[in-house]
Design a protein around this ligand. Structure first.
Ligand SMILES: Cc1ncc(COP(=O)(O)O)c(C=O)c1O
Length: 378
């Protein structure tokens, strides 16, 4: 047998991690400013997280969603406290794509429509409906094209609003800050207008917070900056700090649940809930939203002062650095010569930064000096 060869791999294997660092077998230390695609929210092997998972693994790892599971309720209460949101029902699943799949399904159950509107550059996952809503056709197979999808510019939604006024759209799905697209923020006025027109036309607004949520931008959810209340919110990545867990928050007054409406074998299992609750405890106890905001501001200001950088975008610890050349070689140099993990994006000239939310100013400075060394001396 061999692995189905779909990933482009760096020739390097981290075997352990601590905080913002990962280590290879020979003891080489790497500064992780990417968190394995935005997943590491509270740092590698955070002691509270490790203990909660170990304790839960010694008690019960899994039982199905056919019995009571109070861990789900504890996770939900912590999520409500951390996000400040109350009027939602929580459905637990295992990944970002699955969260969006269920979000789109809830929308279509609600208004019985099929058409989905989204933004150019948006990424929503690789499963059937989620990939169809994703911008760009390369990863969409014919079997995924089960409904009409239209994409609009991120900063000009006039045509989108016209389309919505036809009252035949099922859902609008947007990332308030696009991740894979290259760190582009949807302007607050567009978020507000979309929210208003979706309500007027009985269209479900889905905030895809899989990457930009969970404190990443300095707000718990990125859409909260615009003061809107999406009908449905999808989340994953930072939610489990590496343990696979995803979730959907659904405005259950508008779209009530019925028995059997959604389901998952593994979603909400005991170990995933322990991991998810440990992440939320840590975000609250260590005031990680404040940290993301202040270190993010420091990083963005410092990066803006570097003349070779064309543009710095984003907020909190979700930062895009745009150069006027493709960054693949620079990222390779940073990794192998300066032991620094950074991320790419679908814009080839953009480096994506998604470090753990608890990085220190000293780690931010270490990052800046590694970046400058990579840029200046190769
Ligand atoms: C905004 C967004 N939505 C959905 C997904 C899909 O998540 P997953 O890979 O967990 O299925 C991603 C993954 O990168 C994402 O960035």
């Amino acid at each position: 047998m061999e692995m189905f060869d779909v990933y482009t791999l760096f020739d390097l294997e981290p075997v352990s991690g601590k905080g913002a660092y990962v280590y290879t077998e020979d003891g080489q230390k790497y500064l992780d400013f990417y968190g394995g695609h935005a997943v590491i929210s509270i740092g590698h092997s955070h002691p509270h997280y490790v203990k909660q998972i170990q304790d839960q693994a010694g008690k019960l790892v899994f039982y199905s969603n056919s019995v009571q599971n109070s861990l789900q309720h504890k996770l939900m209460e912590s999520l409500s406290a951390a996000s400040g949101l109350t009027d939602y029902g929580l459905f637990l699943c295992n990944s970002g794509a699955e969260a969006n799949e269920n979000a789109l399904k809830v929308a279509s159950f609600h208004n019985k429509r099929k058409k989905v509107l989204s933004l150019k550059g948006g990424f929503h996952g690789r499963t059937s409906a989620a990939v169809n809503a994703t911008y760009g056709k390369k990863i969409t197979a014919p079997i995924n094209e089960g409904f009409e999808v239209k994409h609009y510019p991120i900063d000009d939604i006039r045509e989108m609003v016209k389309e919505l006024r036809k009252k035949d759209t099922c859902a609008v799905i947007v990332e308030a800050v696009q991740g894979i697209g290259g760190i582009y923020e949807v302007p607050d006025k567009c978020m507000k207008k979309l929210s208003q027109v979706c309500t007027e036309t009985n269209t479900i607004l889905i905030a895809d917070e899989v990457q930009c949520g969970y404190g990443r931008t300095g707000d718990f959810f990125a859409f909260q900056q615009s003061g809107i209340h999406p009908d449905v919110i999808s989340m994953a990545k930072g939610m489990g700090n590496g343990f696979p867990i995803g979730g959907v928050l659904i405005n259950h007054k508008k779209t009530p649940a019925w028995k059997g409406m959604l389901g998952s074998t593994f979603g909400g299992n005991h170990l995933a809930c322990a991991a998810g609750k440990a992440v939320l405890d840590t975000i609250q106890n260590e005031k990680l939203l404040d940290n993301a905001r202040s270190i993010g501001k420091y990083l963005i200001n410092s990066l803006q002062a570097i003349p070779q950088i064309k543009e710095v975008r984003g907020r909190g610890l979700m930062i895009g650095i745009e150069f006027d050349f493709p960054v693949a070689q620079l990222r390779k140099k940073l990794l192998f010569d300066h032991h620094l993990f950074t991320g790419s994006s679908s814009n080839q000239k953009v480096i994506r930064l998604l470090p753990p939310l608890n990085i220190t100013k000293a780690e931010a400075d270490e990052f800046l000096s590694k970046l400058k060394a990579g840029m200046n001396h190769g």
